[in-house]
Design a protein around this ligand. Structure first.
Ligand code: ATP
Length: 502
C-alpha cells in the first residue's frame, strides 16, 4: 500500500498534476501547487459538484464569500475557543500526535480484530451465517466491540471535560508511540488551528484577523442577504467552493491533509424539527453523487459519529478507501440553529426567516454537506491510476479517470511529421477546441504517444494518417479498451461529447 501511495505522488509530479509548493526552496510542508493537468482535473471536479448542487437544484444558489472575514465571526462560530487539536508529545522521540487520534487508532484495531472473527465465521458457515446474531452472541466479538464503545465514550467525555483524562486513557491502554514504541507521554495541550494575520498598516491600529478555517461561516453571515435578494423560501441551500486554511499539526499524507485546501460546501436551511429528514436526504444524495463517478461502490462507507461537535445533533462522514485505508472524504452535519443563533447574539442583528405558510418567524436549522476538493482529487486520482498487464505480457500505466473529469478530452496525433498530416491535425483541433480541451502531439512513435496520453488520463487519441488525406477519416482510440475505430472527422465531436459530457 505504501508503494501504491508513493507511486501516486510521483505520477502526480512527473505528469504535471501536483508539485510541492515553492519547490525551489525545498517546498513548504503540507502545501501543494496544482500544475497544468492538475488544475484542469481539479476544475472539472469542482464543476461537476457545482452543477449537481446549483444548476440541478432550483432551490440552491451559489456564493463566493471573501476569505478574510470580520474577526468576531470566529468568536461566534466557536473557532477562537474551540477549534483546537489536543496534542500530546512523546518525551523520548519528541514526536507530536493528536491525543484523540492515538485512542481512535487503538479502537480501530479492536474493530479489526472483531472483523477478523466475523470473516472467519462467515467463511466457516457460508450462507447459513447470520452476522447480526453472531455479533451479539460471540464472546470475543462482544468483548472487542464493547471495549471499543467504552473507550470511545471515555474519550468523548475526556475531550469535553478534562483533557488529562485522555492522557490517563492513553497510559492505561498502554498506547505506544507508533513510530518508536515509547510510552513516555507529556500532558495533553490544546493548539488552535487558525492562521492569524493582520489588517491595516500601523502596528497600533492593525486588527487581528484569521484566514478562514472553513467556508461555511461566509454562508451563514450572508444567509439573510441571499434569502431576501433571491426571495428564497425555506427549505433552500447556499453552495460555495473556496480556500480554507488550517495550521494542521500532523500533515503527512500528501494532499489528504493540507494547510491550505479547498472546500465545496452547501448549507441547507430548513424548518426547525425537519432537520433529521433533510439530514438523511443529503446523506443519501451525496453518496449517490460519489457513486456516479464510477470509482467502485466498495470504496465508500458511512461513518456515523458517536462523538458530536459542539454545533451538531447528528453527523456522518462518507469515508473513502484511500491508498492508506478508509478515511473521511466528506462530512454531513446537522448543525441545528447553532451558527445563525450565535451570529445573532454576537452581531445584535436578527437572522430570522418569516415562514408565510406557518405565519411564523424562526431561525432556520441547517444541514451541511462539506467535501474537500483536494481529497476528492486524491480519491479520483489514486483510484484511477492503474498498472495493466497486456495480452503480449507488456505493462502499461493508465490513468482511468472518469472521462467527464479528464484534463484533456482528446489528443490529436499525426502519424508522421510530414506529408501535410500535421496541418490536417491542426485543423481538427481548431474545430474541436471550442468544445473540449484537446492536445496536439507529434513527438516520438505513435505507440509511445498513446502511452503518454494513457498516463495523463486522456480518454481519446485521434490519429491522422495518409488515408485521412483521401477519405477524411481518422482512427479514434479508446483509452480503457485500447480499441481503435475508423471514423469520419465529422463524427468526432459527437463521439467525444457522448462520453465526456456532465
Ligand atoms: P479531519 O477529521 O480529517 O481533520 P474534519 O472533520 O476536520 O476533517 P471538516 O471540518 O468536516 O473536516 O471539513 C470538511 C471537509 O474538508 C473534510 O471532509 C475534508 O474533505 C476537508 N478537509 C478538512 N481538513 C482538510 C485538510 N487539512 N486538508 C484537506 N482537506 C481537508
Amino acid at each position: 500500500q505504501e508503494d501504491i501511495f508513493k507511486n501516486v505522488v510521483s505520477h502526480a509530479k512527473e505528469y504535471g498534476f501536483i508539485f510541492p509548493s515553492s519547490e525551489v526552496y525545498d517546498g513548504l510542508s503540507a502545501v501543494y501547487d496544482y500544475a497544468q493537468n492538475g488544475v484542469e482535473l481539479k476544475k472539472n471536479i469542482r464543476e461537476y459538484w457545482w452543477k449537481s448542487m446549483v444548476q440541478m437544484n432550483e432551490n440552491i444558489v451559489g456564493l463566493d464569500a471573501a476569505i478574510l472575514m470580520h474577526p468576531t465571526t470566529w468568536k461566534a462560530s466557536g473557532h477562537v475557543d474551540a477549534f483546537n487539536d489536543p496534542l500530546i508529545d512523546n518525551k523520548d522521540s519528541k514526536k507530536r500526535y493528536r491525543a484523540d487520534t492515538l485512542v481512535e487508532d487503538y479502537c480501530k484495531k479492536l474493530e479489526d480484530k472483531a472483523k477478523k472473527e466475523i470473516d472467519k465465521a462467515k467463511a466457516r458457515f457460508g450462507d447459513a451465517f447470520n452476522e447480526e446474531e453472531f455479533v451479539t452472541t460471540n464472546a470475543r466479538v462482544v468483548e472487542y466491540l464493547g471495549k471499543k464503545k467504552e473507550i470511545l465514550s471515555r474519550l468523548a467525555k475526556g475531550m469535553t471535560d478534562d483533557l488529562q483524562d485522555v492522557k490517563a486513557l492513553i497510559e492505561e491502554l498502554g498506547i505506544a508511540d507508533p513510530e518508536t514504541g515509547s510510552k513516555n507521554w507529556t500532558d495533553v495541550k490544546q493548539f488552535n488551528l487558525m492562521f492569524g494575520t493582520k489588517l491595516g498598516a500601523s502596528a497600533e491600529s492593525a486588527m487581528d484577523l484569521y484566514l478562514r478555517p472553513e467556508t461555511a461561516q461566509g454562508i451563514f453571515v450572508n444567509f439573510l442577504n441571499v434569502q431576501k435578494s433571491g426571495r428564497m423560501k425555506v427549505p433552500f441551500g447556499i453552495a460555495q467552493t473556496g480556500k480554507a486554511f488550517r495550521n494542521e499539526i500532523v500533515a503527512r499524507q500528501f494532499i489528504f491533509r493540507m494547510r491550505e485546501f479547498e472546500q465545496m460546501e452547501m448549507q441547507f436551511f430548513v424548518r426547525p424539527g425537519e432537520e433529521m429528514k433533510w439530514y438523511h436526504h443529503w446523506k443519501d444524495t451525496r453518496l449517490k453523487w460519489h457513486l456516479s463517478l464510477g470509482l467502485g461502490k466498495e470504496n465508500y462507507r458511512f461513518h456515523d459519529h458517536e462523538k458530536l461537535a459542539h454545533y451538531a445533533n447528528a453527523a456522518a462522514d462518507i469515508e473513502f478507501n484511500f491508498p492508506f485505508g478508509f478515511k473521511e472524504l466528506e462530512g454531513i452535519h446537522s448543525r441545528t440553529d447553532f451558527d445563525l443563533k450565535a451570529h445573532e447574539k454576537y452581531s445584535g442583528r436578527k437572522l430570522q426567516y418569516f415562514d408565510a405558510e406557518l405565519n411564523e418567524n424562526y431561525v432556520p436549522y441547517v444541514v451541511e454537506t462539506s467535501v474537500g476538493l483536494d481529497r476528492m482529487f486524491l480519491a479520483v486520482f489514486a483510484t484511477s491510476l492503474q498498472e495493466e498487464t497486456l495480452e503480449d505480457g507488456s505493462t502499461r500505466t493508465v490513468l482511468k479517470l472518469p472521462a467527464v473529469l479528464a484534463p484533456t478530452k482528446a489528443a490529436v496525433l499525426p502519424l508522421v511529421k510530414k506529408d501535410g498530416l500535421p496541418e490536417v491535425s491542426r485543423k481538427i483541433i481548431e474545430d474541436l477546441k471550442w468544445d473540449f480541451n484537446v492536445a496536439y502531439d507529434e513527438k516520438d512513435a505513435v505507440g509511445r504517444r498513446y502511452r503518454r496520453q494513457d498516463a495523463l488520463g486522456t480518454p481519446f487519441c485521434i490519429t491522422v494518417d495518409h488515408q485521412t488525406l483521401e477519405d477524411e477519416t481518422v482512427t479514434i482510440r479508446h483509452r480503457d479498451t485500447m480499441k481503435q475505430d475508423r471514423v469520419k472527422i465529422t463524427e468526432l465531436r459527437g463521439i467525444i461529447e457522448n462520453e465526456v459530457s456532465m
